[in-house]
Each structure stands twice: as C-alpha cells, then as structure tokens.
Design a protein around this ligand. Sequence first.
Ligand code: ASC
Length: 150
Amino acid sequence: MKTHVLVAAMATAVLLSTPAMAQFQKAEDAIKYRKAALTVMGNHFTRIGAMANGRVPFDAAVAASSADVVETLSKLPWEGFGPGTDKGDTRAKPEIWTEKAKFEEAAKTMQSEVAKLSAAAKTGSLDAVKAAFGGAAQSCKACHDAYRSN
Ligand code: ASC
C-alpha cells in the first residue's frame, strides 16, 4: 500500500474509533462544552424546582418550556466526556472513566427521569410536575455525588 493511502486509512481508523472527540479540537473544548450544557440544564431545572416547591407561582407554559430545554440538554453533555478529558478545569472524578458503564447508566437514568418530567410538564398540571420533579432531582444528585468532586 502506498504510504499516503496507509496514512489516510490510519487517520480514518482513528476518527472512527473516537467519534466523540472528533467533535472537539482540544480536550479543553470538550470540557467547556459539557459544563455549558450542564449549566444551562441546571438553570432551567432550578426554574421548574422553584415552581414545584412553591417558591414562585406555577406558570404551566414556563414549566413546559424549561422542561423541554432540560430534556434536550440532557442528551448533550456525554460526548464531552471522551478520552483525555479527565484533566483540566473540571470537577469530574476519575471514576467517570474507570467505571464508564456505571456512569453511562447514571446518565441514562437522568435522561429518562427528565423525559418523564417534560411529559408531566406538558400536561399543564402542577401536581404532575411535582410528582416527577423529585425523581429527576434525585437522578441529578446521584450522579453529582458519585462523579463530581466538591
Ligand atoms: C438543580 C441543579 C442540579 C440539581 C440537583 C438536584 O437545580 O442545578 O444540579 O437541581 O441539585 O439535586
């Protein structure tokens, strides 16, 4: 095989084996991306929590809109946890990479809980939002307790 063909084949193999990292130029960019997604998700989750806990009046449209944002954002952070993104400006614990399957399971649980919250919010019922909020909050907390340092 000619050298340039071989190099191209190797480059393709590397890209295919690291699909997530291919989206980011540097580890730092992946870290920024996942933190941004989690920050915006947390902000909108808190808005729903304020209504669920009675700190602000319930507005069904605002709750549904925020829950929709949370549901969409819940799908995003994970590709930012690729190989080599364990070091840098991050509180991510090494267990994310050493217990990858457990971390992914926790991420999936959170996504399923916030999907339920979003479905609840779409009904326009505060009681439905309240019922779904606790499980979603618990799924955020479980992951933070296990995989985020203080
Ligand atoms: C939030 C937020 C989180 C979760 C978590 C729930 O509002 O930013 O990360 O709720 O604290 O326990």
